[in-house]
Ligand binder design. Structure first.
Ligand SMILES: Nc1ncnc2c1ncn2[C@@H]1O[C@H](COP(=O)(O)OP(=O)(O)OP(=O)(O)O)[C@@H](O)[C@H]1O
Ligand SMILES: [Mg+2]
Length: 387
């Protein structure tokens, strides 16, 4: 069973929302026309599933409906139409009391500007969610201290929020969410206010934590690079609708439309695409001279690392599985085509379908997800949570 499932979710603000949903579903109107009537269709027919242990990223420009979608996922906003299933339970059908219980014990939110209480120290701030749940002081302080340690904040327990940098404050917010043991983390632009280096650091820390904790995370961002770095699967939103749903590779290699294609122009493909996405079918080149110094790569090798290997090999690079079986080869011209922004089809690849599909992406929980593939592709020291 999926941890989270959204079925035909709509949220319409303004006059006669039900009528607007009916007209939208019937294709009788669109968002622009409704806006002219003074009605905002914030989310239009959104549907997806999130599996346990996945990081599901919702990406889109300002106003595309991301936060509205997220607030429906934890029951803060009631959908105008559609259902949200959390572990198979219909959130939209729960009594207000049951919904409050689910929200305080099973779901945690981390916002962009995490509001820490200025008059509480770091430990008390991290323990706040447990305090709301009525957990006794000693237990909540132990659990909060553990969560702070996970987030690299050991030793800061007695400090006051204003003694912490923005990045550290954000980590206290993350620790508060983790301390509650909630299965589902909803993160709305949680790293967007941080400067680029700290932001990247937080992304790494989240991936490291995720390797250990295997939470289910819905992460909202308007930054495609962040989406690609974090997301096992990514939903791209435009004007309230999900216009593409897939892995980072799906989106880079097969953008659903011109809008998505224009979005991905600036993405560093070499750090997203892997050997499995760019290889062609075929055996190891027969003309490999003995001692040419070439070496095979694994299917999860990032294209950036593949380029370094290809630069030294006088023939296509072999991609092989951990058991040594050959999966395909990557000719240099193909690497260049991919780096130059050509999709698999443009580059004339018969093995076009090597990337995951909407339901069968490589980065599902069964294969360890994004954290594992990132860990495999990057030096370990970069990924060690700071103590
Ligand atoms: N309570 C509300 N009442 C009326 N309109 C709303 C309300 N909340 C959101 N909207 C509208 O719904 C649309 C989507 O807003 P939402 O906040 O979900 O976008 P977003 O993708 O999160 O944007 P941002 O990246 O700026 O946070 C916007 O047009 C917004 O003005
Ligand atoms: Mg928002």
């Amino acid at each position: 069973m999926s941890r989270l499932q959204a079925d035909h979710l709509f949220k319409v603000f303004g006059r006669r929302p039900d009528e607007a949903v009916r007209r939208l579903a019937a294709g009788e109107t669109d968002r622009e026309e409704l806006r002219a009537e003074g009605t905002t269709a914030a989310v239009v027919d959104a549907g997806f599933t999130v599996e346990p242990g996945q990081i599901f990223v919702v990406m889109g420009l300002s106003g595309s409906g991301k936060s509205t979608l997220l607030r429906m996922l934890n029951g803060l906003l009631e959908p105008t139409a559609g259902r949200v299933l959390f572990d198979g339970r219909d959130l939209t059908a729960l009594s207000p009391r049951d919904l409050r219980t689910v929200r305080s014990t099973k779901i945690s939110m981390v916002f962009q500007h995490f509001a820490l209480f200025p008059h509480r120290n770091v430990l008390e701030n991290a323990a706040y969610g447990l305090e709301v749940q009525g957990v006794p002081r000693a237990e909540r302080e132990t659990r909060a201290a553990e969560a702070l340690e996970l987030c690299g904040l050991s030793g800061w327990e007695k400090s006051w929020p204003d003694e912490l940098s923005g990045g550290m404050q954000q980590r206290v917010g993350l620790a508060r969410a983790l301390a509650t043991d909630a299965d589902l983390l909803l993160m709305d632009e949680s790293f967007s206010a941080l400067d680029p280096l700290i932001r990247r650091d937080m992304q790494d820390q989240l991936l490291v934590l995720q390797q250990r904790l295997k939470k289910t995370i819905v992460f909202i961002t308007h930054d495609l690079n962040e989406a690609m770095r974090l997301g096992d699967r990514i939903a791209v939103m435009r004007d309230g609708r999900i216009v593409q749903l897939g892995t980072a590779e799906d989106i880079l290699v097969r953008p659903a439309d011109d809008y998505v294609a224009s979005f991905i122009q600036d993405v560093d493909r070499s750090r997203v695409l892997t050997a499995s996405a760019v290889m062609t079918g075929g055996a190891t080149p027969a003309d490999c001279p003995a001692g040419c110094g070439c070496r095979p790569v694994g299917p999860d090798t990032l294209v950036a690392d593949l380029c370094a290997v290809a630069a030294r090999a006088p023939h296509p690079v072999t991609v092989q599985d951990s058991d040594g079986s050959v999966l395909g080869v990557v000719p240099t011209e193909r690497l260049l085509a991919v780096m130059g922004g050509l999709g698999a089809r443009d580059a004339g690849d018969p093995a076009d379908a090597k990337t995951g599909t909407e339901t069968g992406g490589k980065a599902g929980p069964e294969t360890g997800g994004k954290a594992d593939s990132l860990a495999a592709a990057q030096p370990k020291k970069e990924l060690t949570a700071r103590a």
